[in-house]
Design a binder for this molecule. Structure first.
Ligand SMILES: [Zn+2]
Length: 198
């Protein structure tokens, strides 16, 4: 797949990273607080955004690229249009990239259900119950304190990504029956892919 964008917010100079697939153990590791706000962190945030846009997805957390740190990126607003079907070429526009570092959620209120998916658990989608609204306190890439209230898809996405930082996956929030079904399905899929690589 080829992605291009003329949007000035698109991290064109960054490199896309490999996305870790369930049940890789790194997805269960709790992320550590980030204490250094330097160029490496800015590069990581941009690489994560690029990885997310390429996948394509609307959110990506550190553990999903093998980095056990409290950082996630998201963009619930961008548009993606196929401009050349034969060459699998997409153009993305109206970017609204967001980076959250050391986030904490508060004032969680209401209830909403949304069919979620996860870049680390491909091709599995199911309804997850979440809070409807929240406030997130976090640091930006410069280390400055920020705060944002969220509802709708943004709120859902923040809760999903924040869970990743604690090693929690959306399929673990479903019934035990559904969880074991999806877990077995992913193990089977991983075995099938490993066989293909032989
Ligand atoms: Zn996810």
């Amino acid at each position: 797949m080829k992605i291009s964008s003329t949007d000035p917010l698109y991290p064109s100079d960054s490199e896309a990273l490999n996305i870790v697939i369930y049940p890789d153990p790194v997805l269960k590791v709790k992320g550590e607080e980030i204490t250094e706000f330097n160029n490496d962190l800015k590069n990581l945030a941009n690489s994560m955004l690029k990885t997310m846009y390429h996948a394509p997805g609307i959110g990506l957390a550190g553990p999903q690229v093998g980095i056990s740190k409290r950082i996630f990126v998201l963009d619930v607003d961008y548009k993606r249009d196929c401009i050349d079907e034969e060459n699998d070429h997409y153009e993305i526009s109206e970017l609204n990239p967001m980076v959250f570092i050391n986030p904490t959620l508060r004032d969680l209120e209401g209830e909403t259900t949304y069919q979620e998916g996860c870049l680390s658990i491909p091709e599995i989608f199911d309804d997850v119950k979440r809070f409807e609204t929240l406030v997130v306190d976090y640091k930006d890439v410069n280390g400055d304190d920020q705060s944002m209230s969220a509802d709708g898809l943004l709120s859902i996405c923040i809760q999903h990504e924040n869970d990743h930082l604690d090693g929690i996956l959306f399929i673990e929030k479903l019934s035990q029956l559904k969880f074991s079904f999806y877990h077995k399905k992913m193990i089977k899929e991983k075995k099938r892919l490993a066989k293909k690589d032989d």
